[in-house]
Write a protein of this length. Structure first.
Length: 393
């Protein structure tokens, strides 16, 4: 039996190594001198120093350096004075800190943060160390850098508001859930495609593979707010976040309000496992799960709300891992946005010359006669903001 296990492990390792990538010899895949500092005394200093760091160390993809910097630095949106929760003389009472996913940027939360600020929230979005500059920098941070930067930003936010919520996308969802589960002063969670249950059983190998191989994937870098390439060190950090959040939720279910959004066609995660985790691991009666699928969610939990993800009148077949976050009017990922994920697992299908003929879906979805680009916006964005208001109230 031991020989069988050893042989199987060797086969899996050899298969993974065969799939590993050889990136081109460019600055994108080299490393900056270090990660930027993240323990500044104020959020304003954090933004300013991070901006300077990115301006110095980023490998720019376009000639528009200012836009690239702006979409990769931390930001905050303060509530307008006319809000019913704040005034010219009153500080905001409630705040939320958003944490992006692996390879992504703070700008992933631009649309949600803007909507919540209009409702009286102080909304901040931070940058995880290793992001915002070049894919090679994802091999620089340790897991303690990620958890430490989240913890520090929480403390800064707690100085300014009475009530703190945390929000996260994918890997960021793991980080904020782990923190909130162990810190009772966090009022609740907003989780968008949280990476709690990965879509592969082989992640446990990444702590070993990171010492054998540098890159899992090396793709052309053309997206200013998301790395397309993935180092083995980054994969190992994600795996660490998975085990960390599992330990936290297994020790005690999360008993404060939480919102989770999930596409049943998510190509990165295990949607059914996350649905079951919500049913048993998020016990507050005010918690909600928004389930995007062609069919109603396979759950008897009345807190789960289903949204039809097959919208042929909008040329949408289903929802992707990231689509819940963005408004249809988003200038980069929206309906008329400047960036389109055309490489979407459709290698054997001809890309149409007319972009209006593109359909949208999760990665890898294929239908005869249709070319599917990635869906990068949420047709139900306004409804999702309504769900956020319901859960947070």
């Amino acid at each position: 039996m031991r020989l069988i296990r050893t042989t199987l492990l060797a086969f899996i390792l050899s298969s993974l190594l065969a799939a590993c990538a050889f990136p081109p010899e460019t600055a994108l895949y080299q490393q900056s001198p270090d990660i930027p500092p993240y323990e500044q005394d104020s959020f304003a200093d954090y933004v300013s120093e991070t901006r300077d760091w990115i301006a110095t160390h980023r490998v720019f993809l376009t000639d528009d350096h200012e836009t690239e910097i702006a979409r990769n630095i931390p930001f905050e949106i303060r509530p307008q004075a006319s809000s019913n929760q704040t005034s010219n003389n009153d500080a905001p009472r409630r705040g939320i800190l958003f944490v992006h996913g692996l390879g992504a940027s703070p700008w992933y939360f631009h649309d949600i943060a803007s909507a919540m600020a209009q409702d009286g929230w102080l909304a901040r979005s931070m940058l995880l160390p290793g992001h915002g500059t070049r894919p090679g920098d994802l091999s620089l941070p340790d897991y303690d850098d990620w958890t430490g930067s989240v913890a520090h930003q929480v403390k800064l936010l707690e100085r300014e508001v009475d009530e703190v919520w945390l929000g996260g996308f994918s890997t960021g969802g793991n980080l904020v859930t782990s923190y909130a589960a162990r810190n009772s002063d966090i009022a609740g969670l907003l989780l968008f495609s949280p990476g709690i249950e990965p879509g592969t059983d082989l992640l446990f190998l990444t702590p070993v593979i990171q010492y054998l191989w540098d890159w899992v994937d090396a793709d052309p870098e053309d997206n200013m707010i998301n790395y397309q390439s993935l180092s083995t060190k980054a994969s190992a950090l994600y795996y660490r976040s998975v085990t960390d959040v599992a330990d936290a939720l297994d020790a005690k279910p999360f008993d404060r309000p939480a919102l989770i959004t999930m596409s049943a066609h998510d190509s990165v995660l295990d949607p059914m496992a996350i649905l079951r985790r919500f049913e048993t691991g998020f016990t507050n009666a005010a918690s909600r799960m928004v389930w995007y699928d062609v069919n109603p969610a396979p759950s008897n939990d009345t807190r789960v709300e289903s949204k039809n993800s097959n919208l042929p009148d909008q040329q949408i077949s289903n929802f992707s891992h990231l689509s819940a976050l963005f408004s249809p009017s988003n200038p980069y990922y929206g309906v008329d946005g400047s960036f389109v994920f055309v490489e979407n697992g459709q290698e054997d299908i001809a890309l149409p010359d007319d972009s209006t003929k593109l359909w949208r879906s999760a990665w890898g979805h294929i239908e005869p006669g249709k070319y599917h680009a990635r869906l990068t916006w949420n047709p139900y964005f306004a409804d999702m903001i309504g769900s956020i208001k319901s859960v947070t109230n």
